[in-house]
Design a protein around this ligand. Structure first.
Ligand code: PRX
Length: 660
């Protein structure tokens, strides 16, 4: 029985005949054929696509090098340039006048940028960076909001072989400092401010603060884009306006041809222990998967208007804004604002105005827009013409079937397949996902691995489990766009992703999963480590605990757990022991606010705990271990059925019941 035929019990959505006929991967037989090709000749499969989709300066002769596993190398003797592949090559193909980016600002102003213009802008920034002494192998931090400048800055770094590390504009000065120090960045690219929901929020001032926190001596230059004439202080000799840097620069710039393994970017993400880790991605393998997934998962065609709503500060924005769609010569939207400004119809209006055909967003956004639409017809998708849509996508967290059905019916008009794409910062691109013109869809399941990707569900010993049994999600083979290492910490890379428990042979995703007993469809059951996913943002519980405990005048001890949340997927719940008796009432509220602001300052507003509970102690075993399972139950508001007899201090459970 083929996998498609087996989907019979769950509610199944089949792609329409027209969708199948037009799709790059047309029908399940085509999908299965691709999988079989990869199975039969793994290296040949990837090499073929790498030759077809990318333009190489020096063609590669080696495909996969496993000698120093798990530090795998792909296409190692080939050379190329990512920016050449995304820009020049499209201009050379006659797409110079095609719109590359439709930029819509927070206030609604629209700017269209052609491939020729984006190339010219990128070249000027690249030349500007070179004139300031930035070149191949240097690291550049980019701390800027969604903008054409942001995309061009990333492309410019790629052009000169500098490794970029984008820091999401919602991170604090402290988080920015940590990333500057860890990367040893030579330059920082930022803007005076960002504009979100009608408000100007500072960026340059946060860079200034970060640079005073110590450890940032590597930074020689700060380039500042003028977004909205916000007041900034410019340090003489260090800070320069981007406009001044690029003004006299030529609009052409010879790309730096780099080895396929050259680090294109570092992107920091949270793990279960320690500080965020700098995930290092390659140039060749990464770009291949970015392009191939755009071609197959999004079925991106010449006349599509693609919109990925993620921020360029996250991996989704890297792969599905800066690199993938441009590598294929697509037209895409870059949106500066927020989905609820000026009202919660913003996404639907933009889809209507720009005739968006492929739309990719996060379940959290959908869930919050459902709420708004149910309360007000004016912001309901039915009040807009969304007939241009043909494919919908979801990313970053599990999409619950109810939200899936609503998205399918009200946004997709019942006719657009939803690709629920499972992947991670470390994987570079989609790993488990439906293909729109092939895969029968089951709401809540990310279905089957992308062709060539070999995921499995195993037990603690690494033995593959039969379908129907939940376990640990692993990838059995290296793939081109995989994480290469953790910047500066190869041991942590090995330990985190290729643990000894699995003899260093399996890539550990950090998620649990179960495959449907009949179809083999994957459903992700959530993280198996101490990583939380709040609104699709990944955070380590330990990071938030450290941030709380760093409020030394108030906090003695803190434990953080996640709890399910209707809108944000998960919410941060902090249990805090103060250096004084547990407060109640107004005093507790006031202290909770101080602690939230403190976490906002240490990490960023996204990490602020939603719930804070105070106790004179935390529930611990007699050996002093915090009973996190118990805390999770308390956070969920469940009645405690677990055995609390081993608890050192059962009385504090009552105290921890009140949320502030
Ligand atoms: O837990 C999984 C969840 O998000 C984690 C990866 O987070 P991050 O590296 O920030 O990348 C997010 C964007 C790719 C995964 O380990 N996750 C991501 N996509 C899905 C998902 N969980 C369920 N379904 C998904 N489609």
């Amino acid at each position: 029985m083929s996998q498609a035929e087996g989907v019979q019990d769950a509610k199944v959505y089949l792609p329409s005949e027209a969708t199948v006929a037009a799709a790059a991967v047309s029908g399940m037989a085509a999908y299965e054929k691709l999988c079989a090709q990869a199975e039969a000749d793994y290296e040949g499969f990837w090499a073929g696509h790498a030759r077809e989709l990318l333009t190489w300066k020096t063609p590669f002769t080696k495909v996969l090098n496993e000698e120093n596993a798990p530090f795998f190398k792909w296409f190692e003797d080939g050379t190329l340039n990512a920016s050449y592949n995304c820009l020049d090559r499209n201009v050379e193909r006659g797409l110079g006048d095609k719109t590359a980016i439709i930029f819509e600002a927070d206030g609604g102003e629209v700017t269209k940028v052609t491939y020729s213009e984006l190339l010219a802008k990128t070249c000027q920034i690249a030349n500007g960076l070179r004139s300031l002494g930035v070149g191949k192998g240097d690291r550049v931090i980019i701390y800027i909001a969604m903008s054409v400048d942001g995309v061009a800055a990333m492309q410019a770094c790629a052009r000169i072989g500098a490794t970029h590390s984008v820091v999401f504009g919602g991170f604090s000065a402290q988080s920015l400092r940590d990333r500057i120090e860890d990367t040893g960045a030579k330059a920082v690219i930022t803007a005076d401010c960002q504009v979100r929901g009608g408000k100007k929020l500072p960026l340059k001032a946060i860079v200034d603060e970060a640079l005073t926190l110590g450890g940032c001596d590597s930074v020689q230059k700060v380039l500042v884009v003028n977004r909205a004439d916000a007041a900034v202080t410019m340090a003489e000799g260090r800070d320069v306006w981007m406009a001044d840097v690029v003004a006299s620069q030529p609009t052409t710039c010879e790309p730096e041809w780099v080895d396929a393994e050259h680090p294109l970017f570092l992107l920091y993400t949270s793990g279960s222990t320690g500080k965020p880790k700098g995930v290092q991605h390659s140039t060749g393998g990464y770009l291949l998967h970015a392009a191939l997934t755009c071609k197959w998962t999004f079925d991106l065609k010449a006349d599509d208007v693609f919109w990925c709503t993620a921020d360029i500060g996250w991996v989704t924005g890297h792969t599905y804004i800066t690199y993938g769609p441009l590598a294929l010569g697509g037209t895409e939207i870059v949106f500066e604002g927020v989905p609820t400004y000026p009202d919660a119809g913003r996404f639907w209006k933009m889809i209507q105005d720009h005739k968006v055909s492929v739309f990719y967003t996060a379940p959290t956004a959908i869930r919050s827009l459902i709420k708004a639409a149910e309360a007000n017809d004016a912001v309901h998708p039915k009040s807009y013409d969304l007939s241009s849509l043909r494919i919908l996508g979801s990313v970053g967290e599990p999409i619950n079937p109810a939200a899936w059905e609503w998205y399918h019916l009200h946004v997709g008009g019942g006719r657009c397949p939803i690709v629920d794409t499972f992947w991670q910062t470390e994987t570079g691109g989609h790993m488990i996902t439906p293909l729109p013109g092939a895969t029968p869809l089951v709401p809540g399941s990310c279905t089957l691995p992308f062709p060539g990707i070999q995921f499995a569900v195993v037990d603690e010993t690494g033995t593959e489990l039969p379908w129907g049994k939940g376990g640990i999600l692993v990838c059995k083979k290296p793939w081109p766009s995989m994480i290469r290492t953790i910047w500066g910490d190869p041991e942590r890379f090995k330990k985190s992703y290729y643990p000894e428990d699995f003899k260093g042979q399996l890539y550990l995703a950090g998620d649990g999963a179960i495959r449907d007993a009949k179809t083999g469809y994957f459903t992700i059951t959530g993280r198996i480590d101490d990583v939380l996913n709040v609104s699709g943002h990944r955070m380590g519980t330990m990071e938030i605990e450290s941030a709380l405990v760093s409020c030394t005048e108030l906090v003695a001890e803190a434990a953080v757990v996640g709890r399910p949340d209707e809108t944000t997927g998960e919410a941060v719940c902090a249990f805090v022991v103060l250096k004084r008796p547990a407060p109640t009432g107004e005093e507790a509220k006031a202290i909770a606010k101080i602690l939230r602001d403190h976490v906002g300052k240490e990490i960023g507003p996204i990490a602020k705990p939603k719930d804070i509970r105070f106790g004179d102690n935390l529930p611990k075993t007699r050996s002093g271990k915090i009973m996190r399972r118990l805390l999770r139950s308390l956070a969920k508001g469940e009645s405690i059925t677990q055995d609390t007899s081993t608890l050192e201090n059962p009385a504090i459970l009552g105290q921890l019941g009140q949320t502030y």
